[in-house]
Design a protein around this ligand. Structure first.
Ligand SMILES: [Fe+2]
Length: 449
């Protein structure tokens, strides 16, 4: 049972909150900072009311954080918005405004905080793992140092260290800043959604529909979207389906796995900086299109298991998302100047996403074939082997770019598509049919995800 510390100066409120939460949590309550326990590490969450100290509880919040990185929720009166903003700046996880119904949503707010902080812990583990595998990026970095600046128009100012002022005017390449911050573990990595691993493992054991429904039913968003998919014009054959078991039976485990990956991966396509939003939107459209196209190509050519190839197509450019998120974080923390979402950045992502993507998929513990495809899908020449899956994603990537699903920064043409198609013995008519089917998928069902 998780343990929550309630810090509230009002005895009546302390007792009320303790009664409210005690069915789900072990609750300890204090009325003043002097009663504060010496070790905050034994709590899973701290709930501080702004009445707790004359400084609206902010001094106690800092005291908590000085001792332990435990999630903190705070309660503020409606007129205390300035204090709430300050608490957010200090690192408070979230806050609730004390309206008449605040205690109706307290359970949900606590559940949300505990869940998201669990994900953050997983993210830190991923950070450590990436740090261990940064060696080849260091090699890249040394090559860059020898060849000069990648983006000469961008100036990156290193973040101040140990309280020292930043060295203004010192020029670093963007790649240098990214690798240095990754090495220091100062950048958060995207986290592979846990549901994908869980479902992949469950499906390998040949489960019943009820077992799959039981796992997916824990996630309301995934359940609702799966039912939406099965009722889309693309899949709907008769009366509407409103039941998760029926939706799973209709799609089959392979497609369920694919759509769950698509739905859960959508959640990691987020970024703080508004200037990157259009680029991120295009990346997501490209990823979805490439996933569907890869599956169709694998089905038509026999190149690999279509369910697996779908996932490989979905993740082939994950390095671009990774790099954009790192750049966004560096900007937010002041570690680099603003990077414009222009042709320079597109070129930068094109040049480095494959290697960063390969590393990220390795950290996510996906099979080696996924990592190989992330690394070699753009150019086959350096691939140690040309697996059917690699050829399928290579072709899908070119095809969807020429169909308008992506930046097509490399300027691929129909002739390039057919060069890739011939490697799988696919003719022009088949490629055209895949293009038509892809358009139906993207307009009829992928739009729901
Ligand atoms: Fe791509």
């Amino acid at each position: 049972m998780k343990t929550i510390l309630v810090a509230n100066a009002s005895k009546a409120e302390r007792q009320f909150i303790a009664r409210l939460l005690k069915s789900e949590y072990s609750v300890e309550a204090i009325g003043s900072a002097e009663e504060g326990p010496p070790e905050f590490g034994r709590y899973d969450l701290v709930l501080i009311d702004s009445n707790f100290t004359p400084q609206s509880g902010l001094d106690f919040l800092m005291d908590v954080y000085a001792k332990h990185a435990v999630p903190v929720l705070m309660l503020f009166k409606p007129e205390e918005s300035v204090a709430a903003v300050e608490a957010l700046r200090l690192g408070m996880f979230n806050y609730l405004v004390k309206t008449a119904k605040v205690y109706d949503i307290l359970h949900l707010a606590i559940q949300d905080a505990l869940k998201k902080c669990g994900q953050l812990a997983a993210l830190k583990d991923a950070n450590s793992a990436l740090k261990e595998r940064i060696d080849s990026l260091e090699t890249t970095l040394s090559l860059v140092r020898r060849s000069g600046s990648l983006l000469p128009s961008k100036s990156v100012t290193p973040a101040p260290q140990n309280g020292a002022p930043a060295v203004k005017g010192q020029r670093h390449t963007l790649l240098t800043a990214i690798v240095e911050h990754l090495n220091k573990g100062e950048v958060n990595l995207p986290v592979y959604p846990k549901i994908n691993h869980d479902l992949r493992k469950l499906i390998k054991g040949q489960p019943s529909v009820a077992q799959v429904a039981s796992l997916l039913g824990e996630d309301v968003t995934i359940s609702a979207k799966l039912i939406g998919v099965v009722n889309s014009p693309y899949y709907r054959t008769g009366s509407p389906i409103s039941d998760l078991d029926q939706a799973i039976s209709r799609l089959g485990f392979g497609m369920v796995m694919n759509y769950v990956e698509m739905i859960s991966n959508r959640a990691i396509y987020t970024i703080r900086k508004p200037q990157f939003q259009p680029m991120l939107g295009k990346l997501w459209e490209h990823a979805k299109a490439c996933a569907h196209a890869s599956r169709m190509i694998a089905t038509r050519s026999g190149a690999g298991n279509p369910d697996e190839v779908f996932s490989m197509g979905l993740l082939h450019d994950i390095g671009k998302l990774f790099l954009l998120q790192v750049i966004s974080e560096l900007e937010t923390s002041g570690a680099c100047e603003e990077v414009k979402a222009d042709g320079d950045l597109t070129g930068f992502l094109g040049m480095y996403h494959e290697r960063f993507g390969e590393k990220l998929l390795h950290v996510w513990k996906l099979p080696a074939a996924f990592c190989e495809i992330a690394l070699h899908h753009g150019a086959l020449d350096n691939a140690p082997r040309r697996s059917g899956e690699l050829l399928a994603v290579h072709l899908a990537n070119r095809l969807v770019n020429t169909l308008g699903y992506g930046e097509n920064a490399s300027g691929k043409t129909r002739a390039d598509v057919m060069d890739a198609a011939r490697l799988l013995d696919l003719d022009e008519a088949t490629i055209d049919a895949i293009g038509v089917n892809l358009k139906e998928q993207m307009e009829g069902v992928a739009v729901l995800v």
